[in-house]
Write a protein that binds this ligand. Structure first.
Ligand code: GLN
Length: 206
């Protein structure tokens, strides 16, 4: 692969344009993906936030579910933010019974985990592999990782969220091989470091 990998952004819902801009800034050629043909041409894929139940239904009607599962099982690097993390998980708690999983990550996530009263919040996180400054994280009806398998590296956790009663540190960023996921939205801040981490994963996977 050239030093400019081609990275798709799943363009069903969510901050597609923001992800495309971040990936370009991080040194990739970023393209929207809506069809299986487009999926087959990318070196990696970003799954934006949105509503995982709706995205799951859209993936079915765009006939992308099986092609996407096949590419992820075949080792294609993927990065999911928020609803994207939910889609990549092995299992979702508090999901809809017909909600589909893509299964690149051996984790169990809980949807809307921080509770209704904390719809959204921001926090500064220590993030493994990202040095110097903490990552400013924007959470919007975010999931957390409730259980992570042995092969999953925990990259960031959050605790002391205002409005959340217990102080347990909750896992909000993980990596398993070339699959990266954050419960928050790095595309909604000017900080490009999480996207750069993903572009590096895509380069290494080539
Ligand atoms: N709560 C949403 C879901 O369940 C995720 C929210 C988001 O992506 N910002 O899919």
């Amino acid at each position: 692969m050239s030093s400019e990998p081609v990275i798709g952004v799943l363009a069903m819902q969510g901050a597609v344009r923001e992800h495309v801009a971040m990936l370009a800034e991080a040194g990739a050629r970023a393209v929207p993906v809506r069809r299986a043909g487009e999926l087959s041409e990318v070196d990696g894929l970003v799954l934006p936030g949105g509503e995982s139940t709706t995205m799951s239904r859209l993936l079915e009607s765009f006939e992308l579910l099986e092609p996407l599962r096949a590419r992820i099982a075949g080792g294609m690097p993927a990065f999911g933010s928020c609803a994207g993390m939910i889609l990549l998980a092995r299992q979702t708690l508090d999901g809809r019974p017909d909600q589909q999983q893509l299964g690149g990550l051996d984790v169990v996530v809980r949807r809307n985990a921080f509770g209704r009263q904390v719809d959204s919040f921001e926090a500064d996180l220590d993030f493994a592999g990202i040095e110097a400054e903490p990552v400013h994280a924007v959470f919007i009806r975010a999931p957390w990782v409730e259980k992570a398998g042995d092969g999953v590296e925990v990259l960031a956790s959050v605790s002391g969220v205002p409005g959340v009663d217990d102080d347990t540190a909750r896992i909000v960023a993980v990596r398993q091989g070339a699959v990266l996921a954050t419960a928050f939205h790095p595309e909604l801040t000017p900080d490009v470091r999480v996207h750069r981490l993903f572009v590096d994963l895509v380069r290494k996977a080539a």
